[in-house]
Design a protein around this ligand. Structure first.
Ligand code: C2E
Ligand code: CA
Ligand code: CA
Ligand code: CA
Length: 278
């Protein structure tokens, strides 16, 4: 039911996708899609809240299905999880990024962050550490800072997560808590684990400017993040008013349609921010 809700939320392509998945063999669909190169990636810039200069990108996956058209990741990622295909799918994502890496190196300055979404099914897989090490070793050396975006609801086992995060930090990865504020666990998780970034869910950002009680909550979250030395990123920034509010409240980085939609590599190559800080 959750899956259905997710998929009906978006578009016609999604509805077609639902029909298709009912009919066909979903495992095979995804494996075929990998083989036939139906997936691609798009990049969305993340900018400094004060200067609006890019500090990196988040990598987002897209599926162009020959029959169903564009299938959004909210639909196929959960399918891949359910079908135990998230590891091959993420490895394919790594291949797509590696294919783009020489061009990315040209348009993103050294130290640029590469945000990659990691699903719980991969995080808990036996191959996870090896997969991450191999991927990092295949990127151009000393250029990108990989940031793994993990949602708070995926950090259930405290001991395991603590150990894994220590390992990731030793290996040079950074960790972002994704979609912060949408789970149940919330604040306590921030204290428990060492994480570098806090991504404020766009639900919070949306509410800025409306008369709700959200801003005090957001203020509290930001204060806590600052105390814990976490860098804050607001996602889903769609208006200059939101950007201003966020900057005035000390949010470090911004991401959203106001700055740029996710883009194909070719567009990213020539992209410059065209919004003003004020
Ligand atoms: P997310 O990690 O929270 O990614 C941000 C989503 O917000 C993206 O949706 C992005 O296109 C969208 N977005 C960015 N700016 C704005 C804005 O200003 N307004 C609005 N309304 N939306 C904005 P997208 O690409 O459809 O991805 C949806 C989710 O699918 C992602 O949410 C992430 O959880 C998952 N996903 C995407 N690519 C991957 C991937 O390669 N691997 C994994 N495991 N998950 C992925
Ligand atoms: Ca993300
Ligand atoms: Ca997010
Ligand atoms: Ca999400």
């Amino acid at each position: 039911a959750l899956l259905f809700g997710l998929m009906c939320g978006s578009s016609i392509g999604v509805l077609c996708f639902y029909g298709l998945m009912n009919r066909a063999n979903p495992r095979k669909e995804i494996l075929t899609a990998i083989k036939q190169n139906q997936f691609h990636v798009v990049y969305q810039p993340v900018v400094d809240a004060a200067t609006l200069q890019p500090g990196g990108v988040e990598v987002l996956m897209r599926w162009h299905h020959p029959g169903a058209g564009e299938i959004p990741p909210d639909a196929f990622i959960s399918f891949a999880e359910a079908q135990k295909l998230i590891v091959p799918l993420t490895l394919h994502l790594f291949d797509l990024i590696l294919r783009d890496a020489p061009a990315l190196k040209k348009c993103l300055p050294p130290g640029s962050k590469l945000g990659i979404n990691i699903s719980p099914g991969h995080l808990h897989a036996d191959s996870f550490k090896d997969d991450m090490r191999k991927f990092a070793a295949s990127l151009p050396p000393d250029h990108f800072q990989i940031v793994l975006e993990i949602t708070e609801r995926d950090m259930l086992n405290q001991r395991e997560a603590t150990k894994l995060f220590e390992w990731l930090h030793l290996e040079g990865f950074e960790i972002a808590v994704d979609d912060f504020g949408t789970g149940h666990s919330a604040l306590i998780y921030l204290e428990r684990f060492t994480m570098d970034y806090l991504k404020i869910d766009r639900g919070f950002v949306n509410a800025i400017g409306m008369e709700t009680v959200t801003s005090p909550v957001l203020d509290t979250v930001l204060t806590l993040a600052r105390r814990l030395n976490m860098v804050t990123i607001a996602e889903g920034v769609e208006t200059p008013e939101q950007a201003k509010w966020l900057r005035d409240h000390g949010v470090n980085l911004l991401q959203g349609y106001w700055i740029s939609r996710p883009m194909r590599l070719e567009q990213l190559m020539t992209w410059k921010p065209d919004v003003d800080p004020d």
